[in-house]
Design a protein around this ligand. Structure first.
Ligand code: PLP
Length: 385
């Protein structure tokens, strides 16, 4: 089986598994306990936090461990908006893009529904890019927080995050970015990016599901969403997932060390895969930006098919991928991301996303390109072999 659905999840890396193992067995203590077992766990957590901070180039105290990308996004969007409005009641707007992951979009909608915020949605261009001009036009002096993803999970388009953060700051608005798909592929240095908050998920980079990080600059006040014993400097109560944090920090450190090499190797493989699909599969359309995209994502529409049928044929041919985001799987509705790019709903129904793990090989993608040609042909009823 060729697994081309790494944007949905990745297997746990051996190094991450080995690093977390002691904290699930011998050093199983609660980091809040005042005995040696507790101290060992607290030390493990502290060193995981320091490793994450080293990669992000921030202070360890700015790193909050969460249960994943979704919780990090919720804490950033709701936590920043609610804390800022508590300080200044005129701050009653939230700005997001038209292609955010539901973890950001639904957090903004919650603020609208329950707390009376106004949600402003900045449109994207046909490649899925939030232009600094469109972003500037959507910002208001009363925007409490702006949240624009670093890279899109369905089409792979990468946003000009540093520029957008600068625009937000020119109006004094804190800027959050969902870097769940960017992690492992793009630089995560929060100083160069200039972001105030950033979300990362463990299971997209070789750590277990249920681990995540929110970076939030120390001076940013964050209203916590989970109340209790005041762990994570009061930002996220609950006994910490020490093993998950250790695994995440290990996977993130490895990904950081490999990032530049991986970026150039996998971008080359991606470009060749895209070239073959576009030249061999009649009518194939690339979605997202042709260059400003993640090395790990190649996404297409195959007019005259249905994405789900192409997926089934591909799986029969040994290639596993996705018709959209994993969260939208099983739903017949065309992807809101593709609609926001201006793609016709009937064409959007034919979307297929191929996303690569760091271990992807040229041979796998060559075999996959041939399978795509066959699968699309079969679904279009041409019966090509
Ligand atoms: N944000 C983006 C862009 C994602 O792709 C995902 C997962 O697919 C998430 C957030 C949610 O992360 P998690 O699965 O860790 O909750």
């Amino acid at each position: 089986m060729i697994f081309l659905d790494a944007a949905a999840t990745t297997p746990v890396r051996r190094e991450a598994l080995e690093a977390m193992w002691p904290f699930l067995t011998g050093e199983f203590g609660n980091p809040s306990s005042h005995h040696t077992l507790g101290e060992a766990a607290a030390n493990g957590l502290a060193s995981a936090r320091a490793s994450v901070a080293k990669v992000l180039r921030c202070r360890p105290g700015d790193v909050t461990f969460t249960s994943g990308g979704t919780e990090a996004d919720n804490l950033a969007v709701k936590g920043l908006a609610l804390a800022r409005r508590a300080q200044d009641p005129s701050l009653d707007r939230v700005l997001i893009s038209a292609i955010e992951h539901p973890a950001v979009e639904e957090s903004a909608r919650y603020l609208e529904r329950v707390h009376g915020f106004v949600v402003d949605v900045v449109p994207v261009d046909g490649y899925g890019v939030v232009t600094p001009d469109a972003f500037r036009a959507a910002l208001r002096p009363t925007t409490a927080v702006a949240s624009i993803m670093y890279a899109n999970n369905e089409v792979g388009t990468v946003q000009p995050v540093a520029e957008l953060a600068r625009v937000a700051h020119s109006l004094g608005v804190p800027f959050h970015t969902d870097a769940v798909q960017a992690a492992g592929w793009l630089p995560l240095d929060v100083e160069s990016l200039g972001v105030d908050a950033m979300s990362i998920s463990g299971h997209k980079i070789g750590a277990p599901k249920g681990s995540g990080v929110l970076y939030a600059r120390g001076r940013q006040k964050l209203e916590p969403l989970v109340h209790g014993g005041g762990q994570e400097r009061g930002r996220r109560s609950g006994t910490e997932n020490v093993a998950g944090a250790v695994a995440l920090s290990t996977a993130l450190t490895l990904a950081h060390a490999e990032q530049a090499t991986l970026h150039s190797r996998v971008s080359g493989l991606r470009d060749e895969f895209i070239r073959r699909v576009l030249s061999e599969v009649p009518g194939a359309i690339l979605t997202g930006h042709p260059e400003l995209r993640l090395p790990s994502v190649a996404s297409f529409c195959f007019p005259g098919t249905s994405g789900e049928s192409v997926l089934l044929e591909l799986e029969r041919l040994g290639v596993v991928c996705s018709s959209g985001s994993a969260c939208a799987a099983g739903s017949d509705a065309p992807s809101p991301v593709l609609l926001a790019l201006g793609i016709d709903p009937a064409v959007a129904q034919t979307a297929v996303r191929f996303s690569f793990n760091s271990t992807v090989t040229e041979a796998e993608l060559s075999q996959a390109a041939t399978a795509v040609y066959e699968a699309v042909g079969l679904v279009q009823g041409l019966g090509r072999r």
